[in-house]
Design a protein around this ligand. Structure first.
Ligand code: ACO
Length: 320
């Protein structure tokens, strides 16, 4: 029997504090009009000082487990995508496992920046297809507020904190139809946090730096290419797509991607206005919003696609 992965439940969590564009006008030389017209962002959520990626992940995971009707003790694998882990080690996935109060199942992090969730979901799907797993928790959780230069108006206005999660269940019907991943490390310099811990000190600058225009062009090109690639692999035509959920970085990148696919914007889920760019959390956050508000329904075809630092990119075609 062929084994498939089915998304059995979704969940998400946003920290309570909201930082609007107008709030940012008080700290950097910017304006709501500039940010909104260039990016589509109006506000972002920011974690409290005591909240780590694992705390946001825990809340999103509990909601996904509830939605799936699965207890944490039934999980046989946890994969967590983050670029802002709680610490160097243990992995945030292991910290999340302990916070969920369970033991023994394997747990590991995936580091693919804004493509992290697509990478994690693809990895989980391959584990599921091995036939050895029944319930896999896949999470994207980020506290980007910790790696931003809050005096750099070119970057600090773009990002937010949050988490999203899905429970994947073994099924004899799809589920996930096809997945495709890519990376090209030669573009590392256009988007990076070039710092690390070395000899008890921070070596290099541990804050996000970006060449915005280069990122924009790269993102539009590869999101278009990988969407076509995963559609071909899944046997779907563009007309079959009920919903597109692209990584939520900038509404202009999202619009350009939809246009290239010939999809009207009313088939595209966008949350970037309210969440800004939450990196690995952005796709599962948007998925959960649209499942809970009733737009995404069982049996519909959804295309998820991400692009991020590395550079990394990928897409997943799924029947809900
Ligand atoms: N408020 C006001 N002015 C600003 C701000 C700001 N927040 N940020 C930059 N500016 C100024 C610049 O200093 C520049 O001024 P100058 O002409 O006097 O030098 C001017 O605005 C134009 O700057 P550009 O960088 O050319 O602006 P652009 O129209 O390209 O928009 C943006 C910049 C929004 C970053 C755009 O390039 C973009 O969206 N790129 C994609 C980046 C992205 O989404 N990154 C997310 C991470 S990557 C990912 O998730 C895939």
């Amino acid at each position: 029997m062929t084994v498939f992965s089915r998304i059995a439940g979704t969940g998400s969590y946003l920290p309570a504090k909201v930082l609007t564009n107008r709030d940012l006008e008080g700290s950097v030389d910017t304006s709501d009009e500039w940010i909104y017209s260039r990016t589509g962002i109006r506000q972002r959520h920011v974690a409290a000082a005591h909240e780590c990626a694992s705390d946001l992940a825990l809340m999103a995971s509990r909601r996904a487990l509830d939605a799936a009707g699965v207890g944490a003790d039934a999980l046989d694998l946890i994969i967590l995508a983050t670029t802002t882990p709680d610490m160097v080690f243990p992995s945030t996935a292991c910290i999340l496992q302990a916070k969920l109060g369970v033991k023994n199942c394997p747990a590991f992090d995936v580091q693919a920046v804004c493509s992290g969730f697509v990478y994690a979901l693809t990895t989980a799907d391959h584990f599921m297809r091995s036939g050895q797993y029944r319930n896999i928790l896949v999470v994207g959780a980020e506290v980007y507020s910790r790696i931003l230069d809050w005096e750099d108006r070119g970057t600090c206005v773009l990002f937010g904190d949050g988490a999203g999660a899905v429970v994947l269940q073994r099924s004899d019907k799809p589920g996930i139809l096809a997945t495709r991943l890519h990376a090209d490390g030669s573009h590392a310099h256009i988007l990076s946090v070039p710092g690390t811990v070395s000899g008890g000190k921070i070596s290099g600058r541990p804050l996000l730096q970006m060449e915005g225009n280069a990122v924009f062009k790269f993102a539009v090109r590869v999101l278009g290419e990988v969407a076509e690639e995963v559609l071909a692999a899944s046997g779907l035509a563009k007309d079959n797509i009920d919903w597109l959920i692209p990584h939520q970085a900038n509404v202009r990148i999202i619009q350009a991607t939809a246009k290239r696919l010939g999809l009207p914007m009313d088939k595209v889920i966008t949350t970037v206005d309210l969440h800004a760019n939450t990196s690995a959390a952005s796709i599962p956050l948007a998925l959960d919003v649209a499942v809970r508000d009733g737009r995404i329904r069982q049996g519909q075809h959804v295309l998820l696609e991400g692009v991020g630092g590395g550079f990394t990119w990928g897409a997943v075609a799924v029947i809900m």
